[in-house]
Each structure stands twice: as C-alpha cells, then as structure tokens.
Design a binder for this molecule. Structure first.
Ligand code: BDR
Ligand code: CA
Length: 310
C-alpha cells in the first residue's frame, strides 16, 4: 500500500488528541512529523502533550519545536475548554524523545523529501504554517494540500463569526489562505453535522483498548461539559477529529470553492473567515469550504479506530 506522507500541526488539546488517535489508526497515512503550536493552552503544555502523545500512541515521527506566540498579536488560550494542561487534567508519561528542528524547517525538509506529495493537516492556529510559507516560499509547489480545522462560514465560537484557531492568529490564516496552495477549510459549520450526543459518546467508552484510559477520560470531560451546557448545548462536535477524518477520506464531506478572506483588523469580529458565497468580491476563489459532513461515516471511523487499538 502506498502511504500518504502527512504532517500534523496541532495544539493538543482534547479534540486534537482524538484526531491524532484517528491518524495513527489509519494505515493509509504516514505521519512524518507532529509540529506543535501554542493555542488551546500555552506552548509549554501543547508541546509536551504533542511529544508525549507521540509516545503514548507509538507514532514513529519527528516532533518539532513550534511557535509559542502568534505572528503579530498577543497569545490567547482556551484552557477552560480543554481543562488542566490541555488534556482535561490527564497526565501522560514524560517522554525521553528530543524535540527535532523548528517546525518550519521540518516542514520544508519533509516537503522536499516527499516530492510534491506532502499533505498538512492543521488542528490549531496556523502560525507554524505561515512562518514556513513566509520563510520558504519556494516550497509552496511541493505541498499537495493543507486541510485546516479553521474558520466558519456563519457561526463563531469566539465572537459572532470567528472560530478559535483563526481568532488566535488571523494573520497566519490570511497567509495560508492566500498562499495558492490547495486549502480545505473544515470550519465549525461544516463539521457541525457530525456532532455526537451524550449517548453516542458513551458508545465509545468502557472498551478494552490501548487508548481507552485517555479516550474515556476525554469523553467523560465532554459529557460533563454537555450536561453543564443544558439541552441547548448538549451536542459534542469533535472538530479536530472530523477534520482528520476528512483528510483520511474526503468522501466524508462535501466542499464548495469560495473566496475566503480573513478579518485581520476588525474590531467587531476579528478572526472572521468571510466566505464570499455569491462572488461579490470579484476575487478568485481560494478555499474549498466544507459545507456538509457525514455523521454515520464519522462514527464508523471512530469505531474502526478503537478496533485498531485493541
Ligand atoms: C478549535 O479550537 C480548539 O479549541 C479546538 O482544539 C479546535 O481546534 C475549535 O474551534
Ligand atoms: Ca486544536
């Protein structure tokens, strides 16, 4: 089987963790590197979580040193959403691995090695990728595509329209969306179709697999949050895992190509990804926007992931 070389750029993070589990469980992917970035929690925690997860999941890949702050603005985190340390208080064993080169150097090296086949999946703020493209613009033709958990067409989780990963570093998202590299935006609204109820989350818990201690811990955390949210907010959308599912098999989603510009300076909705559905800007479409995702297929992928780790 020809494996697809990928890099996972991530800010783990509870839902990043489920996404990385999915990636490891899929035989078609060859994870060349994990490139951590600040985001859900500070860089100290995201980088440690990344390197420890690589051990926990037995992923034989490079783990790079990434960005600890956005390009131009101050860092903001979402610790309340991800719990203590970013993994809802779960402590993974310390890693003996050494961090590799900087993320932008690792991405460049892997892009060159893969000769045009490298795919990047981003699960956090796009800072590492933007730095790569600004520093090494010549490697753009070597990146096959970038699949991003980023943005939203019409629903925000940080203000009326901005999604967290873009809101943290809108300038970085702007660089990536304007790079002319094929970009898929798996945003909040496209992912929303795959939201899981509390009962559905429970279908994956209490199993005897290698990952179940951590997965059960994270899913219990999701359930507590859903109960606290009340009936208006009782569906868990595991955004990063749905994005990874799209990278694995794009039959899980439907995309439409639009011009997407990022509100980098706005005072009302900074971080808004403005999807020009009606072509009003007159600019070339630049992003494949996820507009629908298949919940049955997503649920099945999660079951297959548990089977893999049995
Ligand atoms: C995104 O923000 C983070 O909190 C999650 O890990 C996900 O990548 C959702 O807006
Ligand atoms: Ca994330």
């Amino acid at each position: 089987m020809i494996k697809r070389p990928i890099i996972i750029d991530t800010d783990p993070g509870v839902d990043d963790t489920i996404a990385i589990m999915l990636a490891k469980a899929n035989p078609v992917l060859d994870i060349k590197a994990i490139t951590p970035v600040m985001g859900n929690v500070g860089y100290g925690d995201t980088s440690q979580n990344a390197i420890r997860l690589a051990d926990y999941l037995d992923i034989d890949c490079r783990v790079a040193k990434g960005a600890f702050q956005p390009l131009f603005i101050e860092s903001k985190t979402a610790g309340d959403i991800h719990g203590e340390g970013g993994l809802a208080g779960y402590t993974l064993s310390k890693s003996e691995r050494q961090f590799d080169d900087y993320a932008w150097d690792v991405i460049k090296q892997e892009a060159e090695k893969a000769g045009g086949e490298l795919e990047i999946v981003t699960l956090g703020p796009l800072t590492n990728i933007a730095i790569t493209l600004l520093r090494y613009p010549e490697i753009k033709p070597l990146i096959k595509r970038i699949v991003c958990m980023a943005g939203a067409g019409y629903m925000g989780n940080m203000n009326a329209y901005a999604e967290f990963n873009v809101w943290v570093d809108p300038d970085a998202c702007d660089v990536v969306f304007n790079s002319r590299i094929p970009v898929v935006m798996c945003g909040l609204d496209g992912n929303d179709f795959c939201g899981l109820t509390i009962d559905e989350l429970k279908e994956y818990m209490g199993k005897e697999t290698k990952i179940s201690p951590l997965l059960d811990h994270i899913f219990s955390f999701f359930i507590k949050r859903r109960i606290a949210g009340g009936p208006e907010d009782d569906i868990q959308v595991i955004n990063d895992a749905i994005t990874m599912a799209y990278l694995i098999d794009e039959k899980i989603g439907k995309t439409e190509k639009y011009r997407v510009d990022v509100e980098t300076k706005g005072t009302l909705c900074p971080g808004w990804t403005i999807v020009d559905r009606f072509g009003k800007s007159g600019k070339e479409p630049n992003v494949d926007v996820l507009v629908w995702s298949d919940k049955a297929m997503f649920k099945d992928m999660l079951f297959k992931m548990l089977d893999y780790f049995k």
